[in-house]
Design a protein around this ligand. Sequence first.
Ligand code: APR
Length: 257
Amino acid sequence: MKELIKEAALILKRSRFTTAFTGAGISVESGIPSFRGSGGLWEKYDPGVLDLQHFMHDPAGSWVVIKEIFYDFFGMAKPNKAHLVLARMEKEGLLGRIVTQNIDNLHQEAGSLLLSEFHGNSKKLKCLQCHREYHPGQISLDHFPPTCVECGGILKPGFVFFGEGIPQVPLAEAYEAASISDVFLIIGTTGEVMPANQIPFMAKEYGAVIIEVNPEPSNYTDKITDIFLQGKATVVMEQLERQLFPAALDDDQDGIN
Ligand code: APR
């Protein structure tokens, strides 16, 4: 593994434009369960609660489960080492964009700016009638469905439901990133959900080197992954950081800074 980490770090340091493509797995060590696999959210909850038709038919019923998953649970999570290393790579010019499938806001909280949220963000609520936006803290989630202060319309979480279109801006940014990246760093995703899961395949077609971080093989591993760094995101990203920024880390360790 150590050799693979060194090889990956060399490729990342030489890359003209690197994109990170992240999924639920990068937030597992922040306490947010993934969707699939043992202990995943879809073992406990019916993914149908995130189906747009279902929500429109029964917003109150959908909101009961949505609050439990995305507002009670997600609310306490903090960025972990993997999020922080990606933010540092961006700051040091080694990362041109993050395309994330996640809606937990942890990349922003880690300090990442060059970010495309393919599935939107749970930290926004939108009125279905007047399109006014709210932060969850502005709205009481004690009654369902929550309604707009202005017009009384039903509020929907600001993330993409199954059956709902991908927001145009992150979609365009993701396609552009796939076409210009010479390295694609895939972290913590099964690659099961369309159309997000096509982005790494597009990058590969455009000639990107694919580096993947996951404790388990995914839909990419045997198909397009060039370097498979098998392990948890925080462990692998910490090892990668030591290779990418050795001097700074030594100084830190000596307590100079
Ligand atoms: N570090 C890195 N990867 C991990 C870790 C970890 N500590 N723990 C689990 N994983 C990996 C799993 O092996 C799996 O490949 O994270 C992945 C999680 O897969 P999913 O739960 O399918 O999450 P994701 O691929 O992001 O799902 C895509 O599906 O339900 C929709 O909209 C939702 O954005 C989500 C989309």
